[in-house]
Design a binder for this molecule. Structure first.
Ligand SMILES: Cc1cc2nc3c(=O)[nH]c(=O)nc-3n(C[C@H](O)[C@H](O)[C@H](O)COP(=O)(O)OP(=O)(O)OC[C@H]3O[C@@H](n4cnc5c(N)ncnc54)[C@H](O)[C@@H]3O)c2cc1C
Length: 396
């Protein structure tokens, strides 16, 4: 009988999974033995890192958006439908349309979303670049900024050892902001303060979630006159007075609060009963090697929705996807998964508007800061423009 693979979520993880599965399972698909279906709650596909460039007027936004169907191989059946129920006992997902999607194998790739309302006053008083709407809003504020203080704050999930989305993004955008203000000729009149919470992932009282980068950041920030403040865990914001308060009892005034807000998993995951994450954050309990949802033999997950300690980043997904598709193919062909994820993450960080820093790490080794260069930036901008779409289509 035909086996059904269902993918929920048409973002980076779901799209790479779908197209790479088609490549991997082409003989079975040709013989009519396998059917791959994706449901996503949107007909468009958003390249999320593009929002950082929108925040500094280096892109308008539309460059990073494509029609989701156009990215999928013809062998993938695609439906725009919002998953509202996951029934892992009877192997089906229910859509908001009322349709029931049965599966033999399920891949949950619904990402994560910003939840600024989880910190009092942040929604009203803060800004962020993690969505295109947010990036456009902060871009207008940056454009008008002639003097004052930009305060950078970073929030981590309450569930231990889980990162926020794209760990390096607060550093990237702090450096991009510096370059942007230099370009506009107002850098001397604007103070940039980068703050970091007392507890991140592996580091306490530092400036980054892993020690080697945390240790190198002061010299980088000193070289561009960015002030930095450790142990500032944002607890509330007064939007009228423009003051940010910390759990540690300090307060800081700001003109613009560029925040990394709280993140949570998609609603369908939070209400599924599958997650034990604290504060109903919804991260899926994930086997760090097989990428199966723990306790469910035919349900896999990857990308921003997992509860793994690795970065919630496209550079993570790129490495997870090969493992996940090999394991589903292994189960179909031999009856068992064949690959193991080692936690590898590979990316190029945009360290300012002209500089790209290649970085990689895995479960065993922390990320090591490497020299950033114009060549690195060239590759990163090339990835944004075209290589990403090749990767999403399963060609890279
Ligand atoms: C500003 C910014 C900068 C970044 N910079 C980098 C970087 O430099 N390098 C890097 O590697 N990564 C970076 N990232 C992170 C990267 O973009 C994410 O890790 C990646 O997009 C996550 O992919 P995903 O598929 O898990 O989630 P998403 O891409 O968010 O996709 C989730 C999909 O699920 C769909 N969905 C949600 N709920 C449902 C539902 N109930 N039913 C059906 N569909 C649903 C959504 O519509 C969406 O299509 C950055 C992200 C941001 C925001």
């Amino acid at each position: 009988m035909k086996k059904k693979i269902l993918i929920v979520g048409g973002g980076t993880a779901g799209t790479m999974t779908a197209n790479n599965l088609v490549n991997k399972l082409m003989p079975e698909i040709d013989r009519g033995e396998i059917e791959i279906t994706m449901i996503s709650d949107s007909k468009i596909h958003v390249y999320r890192p593009g929002a950082m460039y929108v925040a500094f007027h280096k892109a308008a936004g539309h460059e990073f958006i494509r029609d989701q169907r156009s990215l999928l191989m013809l062998e993938v059946a695609f439906k725009v439908d919002k998953a509202v129920e996951i029934n892992s006992k009877e192997n089906f997902v229910k859509g908001a349309s009322g349709e029931i999607y049965n599966y033999d194998f399920l891949v949950l790739a619904t990402g994560c979303e910003v939840a600024p309302e989880r910190i009092p006053g942040l929604k009203e008083g803060g800004d962020w670049f993690y969505s295109y709407e947010g990036a456009k809003k902060i871009a207008r504020k940056f454009e008008k900024l002639k003097k004052g203080r930009v305060l950078v704050t970073v929030n981590f999930p309450k569930t231990p050892d889980i990162p926020h989305q794209c760990g390096i993004a607060p550093v990237e955008t702090t450096m991009m902001l510096h370059d942007f203000l230099v370009e506009k000729g107002v850098r001397d009149d604007v103070e940039i303060v980068y703050s970091y919470p007392t507890k991140s992932q592996a580091v306490e009282n530092g400036l980054f979630l892993q020690a080697p980068t945390s240790e190198v950041l002061p010299s980088i920030f000193d070289s561009i006159n960015v002030k930095y403040k450790t142990s500032f865990t944002l607890s509330k914001v007064d939007p009228d007075k423009k003051i940010a308060y910390s759990q540690e009892g300090e307060e800081m005034e700001f003109d613009i609060l560029m925040s990394t807000p709280p993140f949570i998993a998609a609603e369908v995951i939070r209400t599924s009963g599958l997650s034990q994450a604290l504060d109903n954050e919804g991260w899926l309990p994930t086997d760090r090697k097989t990428l199966k949802v723990k306790g469910l033999d035919n349900v896999y997950t990857l990308g921003d929705t997992v509860d793994l300690s690795v970065s919630k980043a496209g550079g993570t997904i790129h490495n997870q996807v090969d493992v996940l598709i090999a394991n589903i193919a292994g189960e179909l062909r031999y009856g068992y998964p064949t690959e193991s994820y080692d936690g590898k993450v590979i990316a190029i960080a945009q360290m300012g508007l002209q500089c790209g820093m290649p970085l990689w790490y895995d479960y065993e080794e922390d990320v090591k800061p490497t020299p950033c260069s114009k060549l690195g930036s060239f590759v990163r901008l090339g990835f944004n423009k075209s290589l990403y779409w090749a990767a999403a289509r399963g060609m890279l």
